[in-house]
Write a protein that binds this ligand. Structure first.
Ligand code: ADP
Ligand code: MG
Length: 246
């Protein structure tokens, strides 16, 4: 049986005037149901583009993406709308909460556009924020706001949740609380694809690591193997550099 999520020879080319930008260049990888996959790599590698294509926010220029046996890369605009509302949760670097709605109302708002939403209070409890349900975003810390954003994605009861650098905008002391929520979701068997620079987290919590650079997948492996025995020289160089800056 095919994997739950498959990327097969997927490309994305942007045209900027005369210039052609190969943001993603013939990549293939798979994610099993319940798997926690991370994408690591330097800025400009094409990581966000991968999430946007899987999330139905950006069309592929070539190749095939499937989710649960359905060819997402062939969807028309209407099918994409349904797909974004029912099947995919997205957590961004900047949480984008509505400032004049409470934490609970922000989660309820997202639930309104999908078919079978989970109870907003229940998912807020899941991210440890029951006590903050009636606070406005401006009254919450960055870490708490990002946890509301995670609850908002969870409320849609998606098949897959995509995280694009969910802790990059946070003060260091708030990174841990967001990572622990994500770790808990992974343990509960949610299918997750996460772009992150948190190498310790990727190494210890994720099941698979995909390393991208310049639009291509340089190396992919079970995470314990990827970090313990990287095969490619380029991967070793990247991991060394990250260690020195962390
Ligand atoms: P990453 O998330 O790994 O930093 P991105 O996926 O954002 O990388 O970008 C990959 C490449 O594609 C970069 O060179 C970026 O400038 C380019 N790119 C991304 N989005 C667009 C766009 N909408 N138009 C033109 N170029 C883009
Ligand atoms: Mg990015």
């Amino acid at each position: 049986m095919a994997a739950f999520v498959t990327f097969e020879d997927v490309s994305k080319v942007y045209h900027s005037g005369e210039i052609e930008i190969r943001a993603v260049d013939h990549i293939s990888f798979t994610i099993e149901k319940g798997e926690f996959c991370v994408i690591v790599g330097p800025s400009g590698a094409g990581k966000t583009t991968v999430l946007n294509m899987l999330g139905g926010m950006d069309a592929c220029s070539g190749g095939t993406i499937t989710v649960d046996g359905t060819r997402v890369s062939g969807f028309n605009a209407r099918q994409l709308t349904t797909y974004r509302r029912h099947d995919i949760g997205f957590v961004f670097q900047f949480y984008n909460l509505v400032g004049n709605l409470t934490a609970l109302e922000n989660v309820e708002l997202a639930a309104q556009i999908c078919k079978d939403p989970l109870d907003a209070a229940t998912v807020l409890n899941e991210v440890g924020l029951s006590a903050r349900a009636n606070n406005f975003p401006g009254q919450l810390s960055g870490g708490e706001q990002q946890r509301v954003a995670i609850a908002r994605a969870l409320a849609m009861d998606p098949e897959v949740i995509l995280f694009d650098e969910p802790t990059s905008a946070l003060d260091p002391e708030m990174v841990g609380e967001v990572l622990s929520v994500m770790q808990k979701l992974a343990q509960e068997g949610l299918t997750m694809l996460v772009v992150t620079h948190e190498m310790g987290f990727a190494r210890n919590v994720s099941s698979k690591t995909v390393f991208m650079e310049n639009g291509v997948v340089v190396e992919q492996a079970p995470s314990h193997e990827f970090f313990a025995h990287p095969r490619e020289e380029r991967t070793r160089e990247f991991l060394r550099k990250i260690e020195h800056t962390a």
